[in-house]
Write a protein that binds this ligand. Structure first.
Ligand SMILES: Nc1ncnc2c1ncn2[C@@H]1O[C@H](COP(=O)(O)OP(=O)(O)OP(=O)(O)O)[C@@H](O)[C@H]1O
Ligand SMILES: [Mg+2]
Length: 621
């Protein structure tokens, strides 16, 4: 009964194509860690992109925000400084304008006095009593209504004739700059002068002429301390008028305070007396050092009782350009500073928000890049690992192929040699039977010739990878092999042969096919050591359905122990064997022979029931 009849229940394995199908599972050992070490040296650890970009970028943003805030602070501060400078200039110009205006008013008054013939007559005659009588009332009304404090009638030789504000003093030569200027230019002159008691007075002097003749000079003085109130009202800045103490006499100053009921202060500063001020209290921080700096042209910003005050000064010079003191501007910039502070805070906050947004966007973008980068890196690692493994497997395959080839050669030589030895032993034993001895010697020679043929082919194979095929009668080939098998291996195991009716001649290498068949017979015999059943060799038509090729199946069926699945999967691997004295090269050689003939080997087996090896060979072309 052909074993293939049970094929439905049998497990089967097909071994075709490359020898590598049966490559033994590789064992790495220490080589694996060495390989990984080499790989790590090729692929460096992926860089932490986020960490290396975000930090410097955040620092850069912080730096930009700081520069931005400082720039805004600087711009705002310079705007404030410019504003204060403009107001300082405005205060100076306003003072000039008011002095000019007051001077013009006074000149109009003086011209009105000069048109009075009676006064002129009294002046010409040097009659002080008449002058008092004619103009005394006018002076008093001017003093009461227009702060006129002084009125002089001065002779052409610049000697005082009559002082309305101090009638007892006369006959002294007056040397004030305004009078000198009016005298030299013979036209009206005016300017600020500091009085002995510390009063700042605007003095206007007009030459008095009649018909080309000089009668003398009329001088009027007006206190100007009230002007700082008017200027404060105009520009909205508190003012402080200070006079350099070097121009003053302390005693006279105090007398003046009492006489004129003034509000000046001597002690507030070491070098300057306070002439007038628009604010009730002076800032605490305004001390001598700060005042001197301001008078030298500097500006300053101070805090005083919760207010921010910006300070600057305008010099006060007299008519002769002598430095008298200064007007200190005290601008309250509390609201402006608060607005300014808030604007900086707002700008910084908005910048921080914007920076946060940019940083966040950048962060997520970098995260994506880093993820892609890591992914890419991982792929590269895997690729390199695969490449390394691939190279290693190739190397193993090369070694394996060499090993297989060496093993095959040994195997192919070993079997006939075993046959030769066995036959020689038989010949020795039956030496007295010349017919039998001759027969045995013939077989020994045949086996030796097989060996020589094989060696010859191997030598040829080492030059050109080819084998010698020729039309071969398959029936003869099978018969020869069975004889060899019985003589060399197992004399008693029955081997049935089932051939087709017609003779089959295939173009094959008879030596190789015989060798393959011999291997299959030996394996079958080894699997049926208990002698149960026999072996069946069959030759029948078969086709390769995948390639749609017709051919012949040379099959060996046994009723031996069969093969478990795991043995069947590895049976074609070179060196795989389950036998203590096996080399594991029998089936790889069969497979190799099949491949050389463009054929294939399949196996079906059932444990405890038997095994069938089928060698498919294509029709001869
Ligand atoms: N007919 C069979 N029945 C059961 N098992 C088999 C049969 N043929 C082969 N095997 C199993 O396949 C293994 C490999 O066989 P192979 O011919 O390649 O090597 P071997 O017979 O062990 O050694 P060698 O043939 O080199 O002396 C065997 O060890 C055996 O386990
Ligand atoms: Mg074997």
């Amino acid at each position: 009964m052909p074993v293939s009849a049970n094929a439905g229940r049998r497990q089967s394995v097909q071994a075709i194509g490359h020898m590598s199908t049966g490559t033994r599972a590789p064992s790495y050992g220490w080589r694996n860690s060495g390989t990984l070490r080499a790989m790590n040296s090729v692929i460096r650890q992926p860089r932490r992109i986020k960490a290396s970009f975000i930090g410097p970028f955040a620092l850069m943003l912080a730096f930009v925000i700081c520069v931005f805030a400082v720039a805004i602070y600087w711009i705002e501060a310079s705007i404030r400084d410019r504003d204060l400078a403009e107001r300082t200039r405005a205060v100076g110009e306003l003072l000039e304008q008011k002095l000019d205006k007051d001077a013009n008013l006074m000149m109009a008054t003086m011209r009105a006095i000069m048109t009075n013939g009676a006064i002129e007559q009294a002046f010409r005659q040097g009659d002080r009593g008449e002058l008092e009588q004619r103009a005394g009332a006018l002076f008093r009304s001017l003093r009461a209504e227009h702060r006129i404090t002084h009125m002089y009638f001065i002779r052409p030789d610049l000697v005082s004739l009559y002082r309305f504000h101090s009638p007892a003093v006369f006959g002294d030569e007056i040397q004030r700059v305004t009078l000198q200027r009016a005298s030299q230019g013979q036209q009206a002159a005016h300017g600020v002068e500091l009085g002995a008691m510390g009063t700042l007075t605007l003095r206007v002097v007009m030459p008095w002429r009649h018909g080309g003749e000089s009668i003398g000079y009329l001088e009027i003085g007006v206190e100007i301390e009230h002007l700082i109130d008017e200027i404060r009202d105009s520009v909205g800045i508190d003012l402080l008028a200070v006079i350099d103490k070097r121009n003053l006499d302390a005693e006279q100053w105090r007398r003046g305070l009492v006489l004129m009921e003034r509000d000046g202060r001597w002690e507030d500063f070491a070098d300057h007396a306070v002439l007038a001020r628009t604010a009730e209290r002076l800032p605490v921080a305004l001390d001598d050092g700060l005042l001197n700096r301001l008078l030298a042209g500097a500006t300053a910003e101070i805090r005083d009782r919760g207010r921010s005050i910006h300070l600057a000064s305008v010099p006060i010079n007299d008519a002769g350009e002598r430095h008298l003191g200064a007007l200190v501007l005290m601008r309250d910039i509390t609201d402006m500073a608060a607005t300014f502070r808030w604007s900086i805070v707002a700008v910084v906050l908005i910048s921080l928000l914007a920076a946060g947004g940019v940083l966040g966007t950048f962060f997520f973008a970098l995260e994506r890049v880093e993820r892609d980068y890591r992914h890419q890196h991982e792929l590269e690692r895997r690729l390199l690992r695969l490449d390394t493994e691939h190279r290693r497997i190739l190397q193993l395959e090369k070694l394996s192929a060499v090993g297989t080839m060496v093993g095959s050669i040994a195997h192919q030589l070993n079997n006939p040699l075993v046959g030769v030895i066995n036959l020689a032993q038989l010949a020795e034993r039956g030496a007295d039977d010349p017919v039998r001895t001759r027969e045995l010697l013939r077989e020994i020679r045949s086996a030796g010739e097989d060996c020589r043929a094989f060696v010859k082919r191997m030598l040829g194979f080492s030059k050109v990878s080819r084998f010698e095929s020729k039309p071969t009668s398959m029936a003869e080939l099978i018969e020869d092999t069975v004889v060899l098998f019985h003589q060399a291996e197992n004399r008693h195991l029955p081997v049935d042969v089932k051939l087709p009716d017609e003779p089959v001649v295939l173009t094959v290498d008879p030596v190789l096919i015989r060798h393959a068949l011999f291997n299959l017979l030996v394996n079958a015999a080894q699997a049926t050591l208990d002698g149960r059943g026999g072996i069946l060799i069959s030759l029948e038509r078969g086709e390769d359905k995948e390639r749609n090729l017709s051919g012949w199946i040379l099959a060996v069926d046994d009723h031996g122990q069969g093969m478990p699945q795991e043995v069947m999967e590895k049976a074609f691997q070179p060196f795989f064997t389950t036998r203590a004295d096996g080399t594991g090269l029998g089936l790889p050689v069969v497979q190799h022979v099949a491949l050389l003939h463009d054929g294939q080997v399949t196996v079906t087996s059932e444990q405890g029931r038997g095994t069938r090896f089928a060698l498919w060979l294509p029709d001869s072309t």
